[in-house]
Ligand binder design. Structure first.
Ligand SMILES: [Mg+2]
Ligand SMILES: [Zn+2]
Length: 178
């Protein structure tokens, strides 16, 4: 199965240190929605895995997170694409869950849901923890330089084999000719 896992903030939409707390704060990165549509056209199922500790911290509730994701889904549909599913970790770091990246809990859930191994699956993120979670399940880590990506690259220590691209649109340009 052609499956690709995307982080949300800093990959699909602009990141914010103040958290994305409402739908109007969710703003797509130029080219990202079209990139998702191109992945779909190439036969990829696109799945999102996102840490949303703002829920655990009480900054917004699950209903609001659903509203934000409804906007994301609609925006992708309007660009001609489809996000198959959104997996999220609502916990704060203190809750010590198994799903908050860099732990690979969400990726393992995705593997189970789609009944597929992750060895050939690309994981796109802008933070080290996205890539560490990918490495933990032997998936293929890709760093984008949008969101926190430039800082992440400068800080170094990326998992072996991490590929680095400017943004999601560039990832798709490259993937689709590989
Ligand atoms: Mg991110
Ligand atoms: Zn969690």
């Amino acid at each position: 199965m052609k499956l690709i896992i995307l982080d949300r903030d800093g990959v699909i939409n602009q990141d914010s240190d103040q958290f994305i707390k409402r739908p109007d704060e969710w703003k797509p990165i130029p080219g990202s929605l079209e990139a998702i549509a191109r992945l779909n056209q190439a036969g990829y199922r696109v799945v999102v895995a996102t840490n949303q500790s703002g829920v655990g911290r009480g900054l917004f509730d699950m209903a609001m997170l659903n509203d934000i994701h409804a906007k994301m889904h609609k925006s992708v549909v309007n660009a001609g694409g489809r996000i198959d599913a959104v997996f999220y970790c609502p916990h704060s770091a203190e809750e010590k869950c198994a799903c908050r990246k860099p732990l690979p809990g969400m990726y393992l859930e995705i593997a189970e849901r789609y009944d597929t191994a992750l060895q050939e699956v690309y994981v796109v993120g802008d933070s080290l923890r996205d890539l560490q979670a990918a490495a933990a399940v032997a998936a293929l880590p890709i760093l984008v330089l949008t969101g926190k990506g430039e800082k992440t690259e400068k800080a170094g220590g990326l998992p072996a084999g991490t590929q680095v691209f400017a943004d999601l649109a560039t990832v798709v340009d490259r993937l689709l000719i590989l």
